[in-house]
Design a protein around this ligand. Structure first.
Ligand SMILES: C[S@@+](CC[C@H](N)C(=O)[O-])C[C@H]1O[C@@H](n2cnc3c(N)ncnc32)[C@H](O)[C@@H]1O
Length: 232
């Protein structure tokens, strides 16, 4: 057996995961439906094949079944995932929630209460973005409604909206929990909520608490960071 130093091993695993991703992308059509080209998007630039391909299939079902409602993402950053959502739902109003200034101290305080340590590098992260940057990567920027500021405060005024697809990708416990509480009752039948980063205890903890309190079930995807999917 060959012995590798720890960092070298990590690098090898990362490279291996990257190769698997590439193989999956190359065979994407064969893995899902072969003939039906409707609702397909280019996944070559997606870092996580399973997550993005699942988004593509979920959007296909929502559009095919004519599920009504808008779409939303909490935690947009530079709009990588949001751009794909915008492409897949070209006719729907898209609400984009972010502070555009990184994490909020109020949310970090809740992490601490739950015994989760927030690293300094995470406190400083996600600040290199702007509304203009996000709108610049959208295929249909006219559909986009930017909700800048602290979620859930920025959801005020949207109480009567209905949603067909929601992505919760704010990383932390509090905005994930608040996102589930706000969006689940407003999700149309046939709609989906994707919750990213549930492999960790922050978003994952919030999801489990919400599920325990409400009885709402979820499915965990075997993707890079543990996306959970709630279907209504
Ligand atoms: C992991 S990043 C989002 C990544 C993005 N979805 C992508 O595809 O690259 C997390 C984002 O959530 C935002 N965020 C976290 N808590 C928030 C809150 N309470 N209100 C608004 N935005 C929040 C941060 O500012 C950050 O931009």
């Amino acid at each position: 057996m060959v012995w590798y130093p720890k960092t070298d091993m990590k690098d090898r695993i990362k490279r291996f995961a990257h190769c698997v991703n590439k193989i999956l992308l190359r065979h994407h059509l064969a893995l899902t439906e072969t003939r039906d080209q409707r609702g397909r998007i280019d996944l070559a630039d997606s870092l996580d094949y399973i997550r993005y391909a699942t988004l593509e299939r979920a959007a296909y079902e929502v559009n095919l079944r004519k599920v009504r409602g808008d779409i939303a993402e909490v935690g947009v950053y530079q709009g990588r995932f949001a751009a794909k959502m915008n492409q897949l739902f070209p006719d729907r109003e898209f609400y984009l929630f972010d502070t555009f200034e990184g994490f909020d101290e109020r949310d970090i305080a809740v992490e601490t209460q739950n015994g989760i340590k927030t690293l300094d590098k995470h406190r400083e992260a996600w600040r290199d973005t702007s509304e203009e940057k996000v709108l610049g990567v959208m295929a249909h920027p006219r559909n986009c409604v930017i909700k800048k500021g602290y979620f859930p405060e920025t959801a005020k005024g949207l109480e009567n909206k209905r949603f067909a697809f929601v992505s919760l990708d704010a990383d932390l416990w509090e905005p994930t929990y608040n996102g589930l509480k706000f969006f689940y009752p407003r999700l149309e039948k046939g709609g989906y909520i994707f919750i990213h980063d549930c492999a960790g205890s922050n978003a994952g903890g919030a999801l489990r608490k919400f599920s325990q309190e409400t009885g709402v079930p979820y499915l965990m995807l075997p993707d890079a960071y543990g996306t959970a999917v709630i279907a209504k």
